[in-house]
Ligand binder design. Sequence first.
Ligand SMILES: *Cc1c(COP(=O)(O)O)cnc(C)c1O
Length: 322
Amino acid sequence: MTTPSLPTYADVEAAASRIAGVAHRTPVLTSSTLDALTGAEFFFKCENFQRMGAFKFRGAFNALSKFSAEQRKAGVVAFSSGNHAQGIALSAQLLNIPATIVMPHDAPAAKVAATKGYGAQVVVYDRYKEDREAIGRRLAEENGLTLIPPYDHPDILSGQGTAARELFEETGALDHLFVPLGGGGLLSGTALATRALAPQCVLHGVEPEAGNDGQRSFRTGEIVHIDTPVTIADGAQTQHLGHITFGIIKRDVNDILTASDADLVGAMKFFATRMKMLAEPTGCLGLAAALNLREQLAGKRVGVIISGGNIDLERFCSLAAV
Ligand SMILES: *Cc1c(COP(=O)(O)O)cnc(C)c1O
């Protein structure tokens, strides 16, 4: 098997110019309460305020912007029950590209409605009987659609790297950066930006404790596959890293940490009560891991990416109540 060459920071810069003026330049917020509590100086890159509520818009818009005229005309297909679906659907609507999204029959009604609301056609499959990748590929072949995967794609991960690029532009070099990890699109893109803009920064990926395949892959040097983990971090329930994302992560990331569901709820409540904002459980992975390491962070400048804010109010209330 030939290994395609990995994307570089130049691809992140090119993505930044493609999404400029379309994606939000999200705010970088601070918390004096947290700084007093930890003795560190925290900077939060708030992708919960990104269009459609998560950083996924960056990669999706970057990827779709590169379509040829034929690809635009035929359309895009993606499989996802979560934020990637909405990122592709919104980007396709903005670029006038027909979009088909393959979603499980039991996907939350709100997510299906949001995806349809962006004008995408939703194809439903039975998650216990059918393989969504096979359905996506069949649709692509039969109808000439371009399949855009959620993380293991050069244009997706280069787009995701633009969030960290904006963060460093605003804060200058940081000592540590904590980044949520699912399939590794966000972490690998962030790694390209980090090694270019703050080479000494200690870069941590953070996974849910129940699904530490990335940590095991990082430590063994081979991609580890797991069953879908049971965790409230629904944006990080991936079963394995990608080949391209892992190639970058292996080379450029310092460590992979985990956070428990209880840690995520604690961080989510902190964001709500002290910073007056909603972050979804997956978006809380970075702060949760940073708090577990707090003794090591005193006196340091610490970046945290809040990756998304898509959580139903009912679900937020029930998680916050325990
Ligand atoms: C997709 C997603 C992640 C994980 O991103 P990967 O690129 O798959 O590692 C983290 N947080 C949120 C909110 C997401 O939607």
